[in-house]
Design a protein around this ligand. Structure first.
Ligand SMILES: Cc1cc2nc3c(=O)[nH]c(=O)nc-3n(C[C@H](O)[C@H](O)[C@H](O)COP(=O)(O)O)c2cc1C
Length: 176
């Protein structure tokens, strides 16, 4: 069973990290299917039924995006609001269609890891900042996993650093 990687990047053309992750995953198309939301829905209109049908086919789903303003890019929030419908994802008569599926976030962050967390400049840890996703996926009974985060791309964006992010991401996915 392949893992579905849902990519949400509003400026994929200028991406360094997420683009290199996608390229690495494309080389392993026997293991990963990539679904680029901004490419599929360039007009911003999500086909909810098509998305739900796609999600039902996978046991492992990863949402990959760059961290923007301590959050996800807005198209992912739109996706959550529209695709996780009452009756499909949750609710009394729901099939809880994401129930038991392993779901994780894969995030690239500009800021260093030390600057996140209680003792850091930005006060909150990535675990705290991503808690709305954790609660959302708990709510729909999915099996939410700890996120993969690659930090510090603003300070260090060498080829070597990006290559490190690729291998760390691939081993995260293999262990998912
Ligand atoms: C609008 C915007 C907001 C950003 N906000 C954050 C932020 O809150 N925290 C952070 O660590 N990096 C932030 N960054 C840096 C991005 O996370 C970083 O450039 C991105 O992860 C690099 O991935 P890419 O090469 O695939 O674009 C921001 C970048 C942009 C353009």
């Amino acid at each position: 069973m392949k893992t579905l990687i849902v990519v949400i990047h509003p400026n994929f053309g200028t991406s360094l990290v997420n683009k290199s992750w996608v390229e690495a995953l494309q080389n392993q198309s026997d293991r990963y299917d990539i679904h680029q939301l901004h490419q599929v829905y360039a007009d911003g209109k999500i086909d909810v039924v098509a998305e739900q049908q796609m999600m039902e086919k996978y046991d492992k789903i990863v949402f990959q995006f760059p961290f923007y303003w301590f959050n996800c890019p807005p198209f992912f929030k739109q996706w959550l609001d529209e695709v996780l419908t009452y009756g499909w994802a949750y609710g009394k008569k729901s099939g809880y269609k994401l129930e038991g599926k392993k779901i994780a976030l894969a995030i690239s962050a500009g800021i260093d890891e030390q600057e996140y967390g209680v003792t850091g400049k930005y006060k909150y840890s990535m675990e705290q900042l991503t808690s709305p996703f954790e609660i959302t996926f708990d709510y729909v009974k999915a099996n939410y996993q700890k996120p993969f985060v690659f930090y510090g791309i603003e300070k260090e964006s060498s080829k070597e650093w990006i290559a490190q992010s690729v291998s760390q991401y691939l081993s995260f996915l293999e262990q998912l």
